[in-house]
Design a protein around this ligand. Structure first.
Ligand code: NI
Length: 149
């Protein structure tokens, strides 16, 4: 075991304590270890899929954070071949919500998502990957199928 020290917002710490109490952890350390393990499992599962996909990436950020808007825009331009469209919502005085629709290889889509969500000041990053094959044809309730893209 190693001992590390981390810096954390008051709000986030309160949320960890609340979750820790709800789930009955004996200490913050145990709660944080389990949260990290869950996250690693989720990432390993997600990383197992590859190939063509469409994906929706959503995240919240503070537009006032120094240079963040500019950095996010340049990440988008670096991956212009993946980015289909971005919806921007001004959530409050401070916060913006963006939803980007991506299309391409799942590995590249994930790398794009990581480049965005790992930026300092970006919160609630979530990537929903949909294998491209799923959208080519689908059955409606009445049993007929129609191709679409
Ligand atoms: Ni905004």
């Amino acid at each position: 075991m190693q001992r590390i020290s981390i810096t954390i917002d008051d709000d986030l710490l309160a949320a960890i304590d609340a979750l820790s109490q709800r789930r009955g952890y004996s200490s913050r350390s145990e709660a944080v270890r389990d949260i990290v393990r869950e996250s690693l499992v989720k990432e390993a599962e997600a990383g197992a899929e590859d190939g063509p996909c469409v994906a929706a990436l959503s995240y919240v950020y503070q537009h006032g954070t120094r240079e963040l808007s500019k950095r996010l825009t340049s990440v988008q331009h670096d991956h212009h071949d993946l980015s289909v469209s971005t919806l921007h919502v001004h959530l409050s005085n401070a916060d913006c919500l963006e939803v980007t629709v991506l299309k391409g290889n799942a590995g590249e889509v994930r790398a794009f998502a990581d480049a965005v969500t790992s930026q300092r000041g970006v919160r609630h990053g979530h990537l929903n990957v949909i294998p491209a094959g799923d959208g080519d044809e689908h059955a409606d309730g009445d049993g007929h199928t129609h191709p679409h893209r």
